[in-house]
Ligand binder design. Sequence first.
Ligand code: PMP
Length: 423
Amino acid sequence: MPDSNPCADLFDKPLASPFLRAVHATPVRPYYRPLQARDGEAVVDGRKVVMAGCNDYLGLATDPRVTAAAATALRTYGTSCSGARTLNGTLPLHGELEAAVADFLGTEDAAVVTTGFQANLALAALFGTGDAVFSDAANHASLIDAIRLGAAHRVRYRHADPAHLERLLAEADPAAAKAVVTDGMFSMDGALAPLPALTAAARRHGARTLVDGAHDIGLLGPTGRGAAELLGVHGQVDLFTGTFSKCFGSTGGFLAGPAHVITYLRYAARAILFSASMPPAALAAAMSALEISIDEPWRRHRVLSLAARLRGHLAGLGYDTGPAPAAALPSGPVIAVRTGDAADCVRLWQRLLDAGVFTNPVGPPAVPEGSTIIRVTLQATHTDAHADRIAEAFATARRASSVPVTPAVLARPRQAPAPETVR
Ligand code: PMP
């Protein structure tokens, strides 16, 4: 973070993250790689590889029906609304998508915003002086930033630990308005939040439960409403946030909940008020993808079964993919393969790419200090052959682990700034 990274001239900031400094000390350059992805494959440096590092879980971002809807909206309305919703940036499509999201999630109302990050930042308007927000230690950066932006007291509970949350809630000022905030499915390791215990603890202490369903809404549960539906507590969640950039083939975000809260946020959340609205093509793409995701449940079944199979393969090869999902719960489409230090992590990433598979190497702050992972994601549009090629690439990398990576494969991408976070 900037405050832990002082220097005499603010243009002389060194890379703040020890992880990124360690990556830059190797010849591997995994970030900001230009690539073009479609149907479970990608072209990287002119070479076709299997795409195992994309959040388009249902494979809808390049679906012809979704791109046709986006193209029609683009031709009809232009590229941008050139303004915020409040004054001059509202199209009929905004209201239609909001109604569709609210209908899908069974909430009174929903607001769509330009990114999922902003949907979470908008929550800051709820977090006032004297309030207390209880946040899972592994929550997404945008939830953390929303709490920082608000004036409420922030209390972090241990990752996915309802007993710790309960203790902290019990110690809090009984008069404070309280919220428990958590990802539904955690972005980096694909683990589910223990929502039944979290919502029960929240209710016992008069706290609202706010769930970011960015990775699970559209994917999990009998009707795809997300982790809360899967775990049988959809009705216990007070407010959902989410994104159109993962299951819904587009870009944009949403908040869904009681009508009076959504109305309040529409007028109070600076992330909504002071930013241009979701653009026409993104709106139409999201609407089309939402409809397809509802009509074609095979997509979520397919990606979950591919993930379960690959997780088994990787474990069989001796990779540490973390704790297995609890019995009767699906294996999400995100598989986090634990790696060693930063150099080990990017070396494995490069070997997988050499073997024809693109993955995501991730270090702090996106995962806890001292850990690194290769994040593997599956898509409904992956074929069995794609899944086999991912497993084979990991097998090849395993065999090559004592062989240094050849300099020929370490082509540098065009110079680009280093990310603050790799999420
Ligand atoms: N929440 C979570 C849990 C996420 O993983 C992300 C994206 N990585 C976001 C919110 C932000 O969504 P968007 O990319 O649409 O801004």
